[in-house]
Ligand binder design. Structure first.
Ligand code: NDP
Ligand code: HEM
Length: 509
């Protein structure tokens, strides 16, 4: 059977919509009309090619430079555009103009991704999904660079590159290696909570549309008079949660590795006819600084959720994706999200992971896209940029003749006089500078609640099956340690895992 979907007919649509019956004359990159585009210039029919074949040389040189480094993580993804709309008032919490009035809309970009695989990897693997939002706000770019889970594998950023190494290819064999993966996980029990989410049904979402998204970290909202409220951002899918059965996912990985990318593209194109676009409802959870001081868990610990019964989801808005990229490379591959892009009224928190990420992303973008990555059209703010940065590769906006130094006596940009309004309140910090290990900070209470209360019998059975199917690929010492660690979550989880591992025959080749 052969099938064709909306994505497959992109060229037909281009042809019938815009260009049919119009002759387009071929040019080179400088817009100069070409004489011939089917053959190279040769000296005689079978002779060599002279250097004067500018068109051939230009095509080859450009082709050699078509690829840029892929993202070191989250390389494979899909992106789309749309808008965020406010439905509920939170102006008592933040001065952010995004939330200024009910009904207000802000244009957004969204990129979904898988974490570990390379650029061409399959979409239906078991992996957390990236879920990043860019708001093109009237106060500059605001990025929330989150995942489809409210938590992460660690609370200590120095471990992030180590952890990612265990997800990527082994440097000797260039293959994924389950010893590396399970060795790390079982040596750092704070990763068990996220690992349990990952190996539960939601570890393989059915496309990007059927999953929730989370800013994951604790952020801050800054209101009038510099009032600070801690906050989590949560977006729940309006399409409903849908997951793939692992066997079905494996088959799809072979049949259509771009399954999720295709699904998103087609859903948005179909929406142009039905009006039914993918959308998410946007919530916040809030905690006052006074509440934060008396919690029996660290509210800035990325391995933990804020329980819903104490910190309920408060609806704020919704976002809708109604526009596919017009060119994937320009608008998705070059899309760059930076957690440090925080507009007035929204701030960071002491979460160590977030603090490190404030540095990591712009640094990564400068390597991947160059120092002027925020000048690329898809990353560019709709506001006027006025600062002292100039030049560099691909500099597009050079701020005309304004002074490139400060102080100056020529009317160069200066700080907005009322900027203090949204500055976070002064923060008292204390303690001696030292290395403080947070490794033992209650790693099991929330995973235990997840196992005992959130999962039903079927969910528990599938979780243990999914864990066993991959832990069995590790060596015997690591398997033993895995059983010990999961037993700390709940004795029954540990013993069921051990049973399943014993039932699996491992063939050593
Ligand atoms: P609740 O008991 O109020 O709700 C359970 C939450 O778990 C819901 O948000 C539910 O999402 C989500 N969930 C259900 N199945 C899975 C899964 N396989 N993987 C990930 N999430 C899932 O939550 P509490 O706040 O009382 O926390 C109890 C436990 O629930 C926590 O320890 C944590 O493990 C888990 N959890 C909590 C979240 C939070 O932000 N508080 C968010 C996600 C999970 P849905 O409503 O779509 O069914
Ligand atoms: C991408 C670093 C933790 C979500 C990236 C990239 C880097 C990076 C370097 C590639 C950026 C690019 O080239 O465009 C880090 C570091 C972390 C960390 C150092 C911890 C210290 C997290 C966490 C989350 C997350 C906790 C989610 C809660 C994402 C997403 C992307 C990404 C969604 C892809 C963004 C896109 O679609 O372009 N990360 N990361 N990361 N990261 Fe992280």
């Amino acid at each position: 059977m052969c099938t064709r979907d909306i994505a497959d007919s992109q060229l037909e649509r281009w042809y019938s919509n815009c260009k049919k019956n119009k002759i387009i004359n071929s040019t080179d990159d400088a817009g100069i009309l070409l004489v011939n585009k089917d053959t190279s210039l040769t000296a005689g029919k079978y002779g060599p090619i002279p250097l004067t074949d500018h068109n051939l040389l230009q095509q080859l040189s450009h082709f050699h430079r078509e690829r840029i480094p892929e993202r070191v993580v989250h390389a494979k993804g899909a992106g789309a555009f749309g808008y965020f709309e406010v439905t509920h008032d939170i102006t008592h919490l933040t001065v952010s103009k995004v939330f200024e009035s009910i009904g207000k809309k802000t244009p957004i970009a969204v990129r979904f991704s898988q974490v570990a695989g390379n650029l061409g990897a399959a979409d239906t693997v078991r992996d957390p999904r990236g879920f990043a939002l860019k708001f093109y706000s009237e106060e500059g770019i605001w990025d929330i660079v989150g995942n489809n889970t409210p938590i992460f594998f660690m609370r200590e950023p120095i471990l992030f590159p180590m952890f990612i190494h265990t997800q990527k290819r082994n440097p000797v064999t260039n293959l994924r290696n389950w010893d590396m993966f399970w060795d790390f996980i079982t040596l750092r029990p704070e990763s068990i909570h996220q690992t349990m989410f990952l190996f539960s049904d939601r570890g393989i979402p059915d496309g990007h549309r059927h999953q929730h998204g989370f800013g994951s970290h604790t952020f801050s909202l800054i209101g009038e008079n510099r009032k600070l409220t801690w906050c989590k951002f949560v977006y729940r899918t309006d399409q409903g949660i849908k997951n793939l059965d692992p066997n079905q996912a494996d088959i799809l990985a072979g049949q259509d590795p771009d399954y999720a990318l295709r699904d998103l593209y087609n859903a948005i194109e179909e929406g142009k006819t039905t009006g039914n676009y993918p959308s998410w409802t946007f919530y916040i959870q809030t905690m006052t600084p006074e509440q934060a001081r008396v919690q029996n868990f660290n509210p800035f610990d990325l391995t933990k959720v804020w329980p819903h019964n104490e910190f309920p989801l408060q609806p704020v808005g919704r976002f809708v994706l109604n526009q596919n990229p017009s060119n994937y490379f320009a608008e998705v591959e070059q899309l760059a999200f930076s957690p440090n892009n925080l507009t007035p009224g929204i701030g960071a928190s002491p979460d160590r992971m977030l603090q490190a990420r404030l540095f990591a992303y712009p640094d990564a973008h400068m390597y991947r896209l160059g120092a002027n990555f925020q000048q690329l059209p898809v990353n560019r703010t709709i506001t006027k940029v006025a600062n002292f940065q100039r030049d560099g590769r691909d500099a597009l906006l050079n701020q005309h003749g304004a002074p490139n130094y400060h102080p100056n006596s020529f009317g160069g940009p200066d700080v907005y006089p009322e900027a203090e309004k949204w500055t976070p309140p002064p923060e008292a910090v204390s303690g001696a500078i030292d290395y403080y290990d947070l490794g033992d900070d209650d790693n099991y209470t929330q995973p235990r609640v997840f196992w005992n209360r959130v999962l039903d019998d079927g969910g528990r059975e599938r979780l243990v099956d999914n864990l066993a199917s991959k832990i069995c690929l590790a060596n015997d010492n690591i398997k033993k340690r895995a059983v010990e660690v999961f037993s700390q979550v709940d004795q029954s989880l540990g013993s069921r895992l051990q049973e399943k591992l014993l039932a699996r025959t491992v063939v050593h080749l």
